[in-house]
Design a protein around this ligand. Sequence first.
Ligand code: ADP
Length: 437
Amino acid sequence: PGERLYLGMDFGTSGARYALIDKQGTIHSEGKREYPFYMSGETIDWVQSWKTTIFSLLEDVPVHFRPLVASISIDGTSATTIIVDSNTGEPLWRPFLYNESCPDALPMVKSIAPVNHTVCSGSSTLCKLVSWWNTEDSKKESALLLHQADWLLWLLHGKLGVSDYNNALKVGYDPEVDSYPPWLLAQPYSHLLPSVTAPGTSIGCLKENIRTQFGFSEDCVVCTGTTDSIAAFLAARATQPGKAVTSLGSTLAIKLLSTRRIEDARFGVYSHRLDDKWLVGGASNTGGAVLRELFTDEQLDKLSEQINPMEASPLDYYPLTAAGERFPVADPNLAPRKSTKDRAQCLLHPRPESDVEYLHGILESIARIEAKAYSLLKDMGATEVEEVFTAGGGAKNDKWIKIRERVLGLPVSRAMQTEAAYGAALLALKGAQQSLN
Ligand code: ADP
């Protein structure tokens, strides 16, 4: 018999991936599937699509590895909500997607929740639940709410009504006291809320028919998951307070592991629980989208090569593709400092003759915004950042890493792993280790 392996699956916005790791974190196999396209009347049948995809991924796991898999976990998009029949698990309604808004439910949610609570956003899971509750009149008594990851995991273990405290945050679960708050439990729909455990907790064995069909082992367990962005953070293995991950994608997002929980609705800053620590997050509208408006990825590579990262750029921009910022500056009208005359040629003012200097100025400006973001979290009471790992399209730019090291005054590096599926595999590993103890 070979070494035991741990399987993570990520159900992201554009497709699904899997990663199979050993207990040292070495990847033995990984793969990706696009979501197949099904229609149900006029709408896309996402449930069918996800269901097909999870079994496709299991099939993609090489046959000789399957008997070695000790545990499985899954992450899904945050606030993607499925209302199912609590007896059969079958969806009673099409799923509400992560970015879908239910403004009709917002007044009612705001009337019951504390001011500025995470649920007070039209796309929160609670707004989706209330919207469903108000429009549907049948099956209310035997309904159950699951998040995307919960439902996919249920397909594997068959125990209905289990979630984790990361997915459950946006339905109103309070991870600090480890329960749903009284104002939520007092609602007529509170019986729909799933029970909640820590991410990476063993729920039960893989269903027998799946195990025998695919050739997994008898002791393979299925563990609670998390959301896709938390799984991506876990992938970087920033496990000590003060370690952080900056994601340089279209936008700039930072996540810092802290011993204290930080919430500030003005800046859109909130915390997820990770065992005995808090994952504090904030997202800025600056980021790679501005670069993409100005340069091709190839130009970015070429121009970056010529930048001297040890030299400070005198240019000071606030790179945005549209007016408005939330974090680390809360100003819905913040101007990107762009010309209205010729947007394509002169996005940020002043534009120097040299494109190398221009790019240097933009990269350095984004680095200053990043530094301001971490210092704001510190001012709010979070653990002070001491090391930054980097994910996203901008992470491959070594000159930018050097610029950021100088501006942040901290060690900055590319994260070794950034795939959410890898983070989900680490949760599977955690669950398997706990079920041994
Ligand atoms: P998202 O998933 O948020 O759309 P990605 O993580 O795929 O974004 O990153 C894409 C971004 O990375 C683009 O906005 C692009 O401008 C930026 N990018 C690509 N190559 C480089 C580079 N060499 N230096 C800096 N940024 C880059």
